[in-house]
Write a protein of this length. Structure first.
Length: 575
C-alpha cells in the first residue's frame, strides 16, 4: 500500500490535460483480453489519470486525494457500474472484480507498435497496475467497453488501449475515448471487429496482394493465411488449431503449387511466365515485417504466408497488370498496391473490379547508369614510349661514335650536330621516364576509376539470371576475385531476416580514397570509403537503407581495361 501512496504527491487532486499523439504513450495503458468465459483488463494507470480510477484505489490513497471517506466495497460497485464498464450487447454493466493491484514502474513500449521493450537501466515512471476481471456467460456476439466518464459525459482518463480476442489483436494501439462496440467472431477471431472503423488494425485483411515493378524484374507478392487458402486447396489443416513446425514444408509446397497458375500477370500486353521466388511464414507489425526463423509451431488463426513470384524483364516495363481470381464470401475485398520507386499506389480489388494495374509514369527513373568499360593504358600503349627511348639512345650512341673522335682530337662538332644530340638526350630521358611512370594514378583518377567499377558491380545485380550477373561482373573483376566479389556483393544486398529479399541499389557515393602505385605493374592499390543507398519492397512495405563500407582494392589494367584483382573489406556499417 505504501508503494502506491508514494506515487501521488499531496497536491495532486485531479488529472492534468494531456496532449499526446500516440496512444501507446497515453497516461494510462490498457490491454483487454477477451476469452470464452471472461474479459480481463490490465491497466497501467498514470498519475495524471488516478482521479478517473479513484474508486479502485485503497481507502488511504482515496482520502489523500481529497475525497470524503467511503467504503471500498461501495466504491468498487460504483466503478464497475459507472466507471470502466463492460456490457454484453445492450445489457447492464457486468459486475466485475479487482484481481490484483500494486504500484510498479511503467513498461517501456515501442513508440510505433506499442510492443513492450526490454527493461533498461532507466525504468519507466511510477504507475498503478491493476487487473480487472469481468465474467462472461457463454460466447457473446457483442460486447461494449466504456472508459470512466463524468456525469456530463466527459472522459476522465487518457487511455491508450489494445484488444485481443483469443490472443489475436483486434486493433492497433488507439485511444479509448468513448464506449466502443466489439463484434466477436468465435469461429475465427481474425474477423472480430470494432464497429468504429478507426479502431481497425492495419493488417486486417486475410489476403492481400502486391506488384513491385523494377528494371529487369516484376514481382507478384501474395500475403495470405493458410487457413483461408484451405477453402480452395487441401493443405491438411482442416480442424487444426496449430500449424506444427514439422508441417511447414508440406504446407508451403501445396500453397506454391496451387498459386503457380493463379492470378495471371501481363507485362506490356503479353502474358508473363513467372517462377516461384520465395515462400515463407512471416510476421508483420506496424514497425516492420520479416521471416519467422527458425520454424516453430504457429497458431493456425494468425499464421501468415508470404509468397513471391518473379517475372524477369528486359528493362523497365511500360504497363503491368495482375488479374485476381480468388474471392470468397468473407474475402470480397483484396487490399493491394502497385509499387515502383516513387512508392506504392494502393488499390482494393473486388469481384467487379479485379485487375491491379501499374503504368509507367516515371519521367526520370533512378538508375546507376549504363555499364561502362573503364579503359586503362595497355602494355601496347607503353611500347612506343619504350621504343622511342631505345631508338633515341641508339641515335645518341651513333652521334657520339661519329663525332666523338674528332672532339678528342680537338675538333668541335657543328651546331646542328650539337642540337640534334641534345634533342636525342631529352627524348631519351622523357621516353625513359614515361616508360617508368605510365602506371602511376592520382587519387582523383583512382577515385573515378574505382567508383565506376563499383557502379558496374552493383548494376550487375539489377539482373536476376546468375549467368548474366557473372558476365556483367567480369567487366569489373578478374581472376579468382570474380567469385569473391559475386558472393560478397550478393551477401551485402540480401536481407537475411526477409528471406533473402535483395536490395535494389539506387546510388553509390565515393567518400574518400587514396592511391598507391604498384611497382613494376600497371595498376594501383587504394583504400576507399563509400556509401551504397538502395530500397527493397516486400510484404507490402518499402524499406530504404544506406550502408557505408571501407575496403582496400587492388586494381590492374587487364586487356586494356581497369579491373579489381584484390579486395579486403575493412568495415561495414548501416547508417
Amino acid at each position: 500500500m505504501g508503494v502506491i501512496l508514494l506515487l501521488v504527491p499531496s497536491s495532486v487532486l485531479r488529472p492534468d490535460a494531456l496532449v499526446l499523439t500516440m496512444a501507446m504513450t497515453a497516461s494510462t495503458i490498457g490491454e483487454i483480453f477477451v476469452e470464452e468465459d471472461l474479459v480481463t483488463i490490465e491497466l497501467e494507470i498514470g498519475v495524471a489519470d488516478l482521479n478517473g480510477f479513484r474508486d479502485l484505489l485503497p481507502d488511504e490513497l482515496y482520502e489523500r486525494m481529497g475525497h470524503d471517506p467511503q467504503p471500498l466495497r461501495d466504491r468498487l460497485s460504483r466503478f464497475f457500474g459507472q466507471g470502466l464498464t463492460v456490457r454484453v450487447g445492450n445489457g447492464q454493466p457486468i459486475n466485475g472484480h479487482v484481481q490484483f493491484i500494486e504500484g510498479r514502474r511503467r513498461i517501456q513500449r515501442d513508440e510505433i507498435t506499442g510492443e513492450p521493450l526490454p527493461a533498461g537501466e532507466d525504468e519507466g515512471e511510477p504507475v498503478v497496475f491493476v487487473r480487472l476481471v469481468y465474467p462472461l456467460d457463454g460466447r457473446p456476439d457483442v460486447i461494449r467497453i466504456k472508459p470512466p466518464q463524468s456525469r456530463t459525459g466527459v472522459t476522465e482518463a487518457n487511455i491508450g488501449f489494445i484488444t485481443y480476442h483469443r490472443g489475436l489483436p483486434v486493433n492497433d494501439f488507439r485511444y479509448l475515448g468513448t464506449e466502443e462496440t466489439l463484434n466477436l467472431d468465435w469461429g475465427d477471431p481474425w474477423f472480430s471487429r470494432f464497429e468504429n472503423r478507426n479502431l481497425r488494425r492495419q493488417y486486417y485483411a486475410p489476403i492481400s496482394a502486391f506488384l513491385y515493378v523494377e528494371p529487369y524484374e516484376v514481382r507478384k507478392e501474395i500475403v495470405a493465411r493458410p487457413r483461408d487458402l484451405q477453402q480452395w486447396v487441401d493443405l491438411g489443416l482442416e480442424g487444426k488449431d496449430v500449424i506444427a513446425a514439422s508441417d511447414w514444408d508440406e504446407v508451403k509446397r501445396r500453397v506454391a503449387e496451387f498459386l503457380a497458375d493463379k492470378n495471371p500477370v501481363t507485362i506490356d500486353g503479353v502474358p508473363a511466365e513467372g517462377s516461384l521466388g520465395r515462400i515463407h511464414f512471416i510476421f508483420r507489425n506496424l514497425r516492420t515485417s520479416g521471416v519467422i526463423e527458425p520454424p516453430r509451431d504457429l497458431d493456425a488463426i494468425s499464421a501468415t504466408l508470404g509468397i513471391i513470384f518473379v517475372y524477369p524483364t528486359r528493362g523497365l516495363p511500360q504497363e503491368v497488370e495482375m488479374e485476381w481470381e480468388l474471392f470468397a464470401p468473407r474475402i470480397e475485398r483484396i487490399p493491394s498496391s502497385a509499387t515502383d520507386e516513387a512508392g506504392p499506389l494502393p488499390y482494393v480489388m473486388s469481384p467487379d473490379d479485379n485487375v491491379l494495374r501499374w503504368k509507367n509514369f516515371l519521367k526520370n527513373p533512378t538508375v546507376l547508369g549504363q555499364l561502362v568499360d573503364v579503359q586503362a593504358p595497355s602494355a601496347g600503349r607503353r611500347l612506343p614510349l619504350l621504343l622511342a627511348a631505345i631508338l633515341a639512345a641508339l641515335g645518341l650512341a651513333g652521334l657520339l661514335f661519329r663525332y666523338g673522335g674528332g672532339a678528342l682530337r680537338g675538333r668541335m662538332p657543328s651546331r646542328p650536330v650539337i642540337a640534334a644530340t641534345l634533342a636525342l638526350v631529352l627524348i631519351s630521358v622523357a621516353a625513359g621516364r614515361g616508360a617508368v611512370t605510365a602506371g602511376r594514378v592520382s587519387d582523383n583518377d583512382a577515385e573515378a576509376i574505382v567508383g565506376a567499377l563499383l557502379r558496374n558491380t552493383y548494376k550487375a545485380f539489377d539482373f536476376r539470371e546468375e549467368n548474366r550477373i557473372y558476365d556483367t561482373l567480369e567487366r569489373s573483376a578478374a581472376g579468382e576475385l570474380l567469385t569473391d566479389v559475386y558472393l560478397e556483393t550478393r551477401r551485402s544486398l540480401e536481407l537475411k531476416n526477409q528471406g533473402g529479399a535483395r536490395v535494389k541499389v539506387d546510388d553509390v557515393e565515393v567518400l574518400s580514397s587514396d592511391a598507391e602505385s604498384i611497382s613494376g605493374a600497371l595498376g594501383f592499390v587504394t583504400q576507399l570509403t563509400w556509401n551504397v543507398s538502395g530500397s527493397v519492397g516486400h510484404w507490402g512495405h518499402i524499406h530504404r537503407r544506406t550502408n557505408q563500407y571501407e575496403a582496400r582494392f587492388t586494381v590492374l589494367a587487364i586487356d586494356g581495361a581497369w579491373k579489381f584483382t584484390g579486395l579486403e573489406l575493412l568495415q561495414e556499417q548501416r547508417i
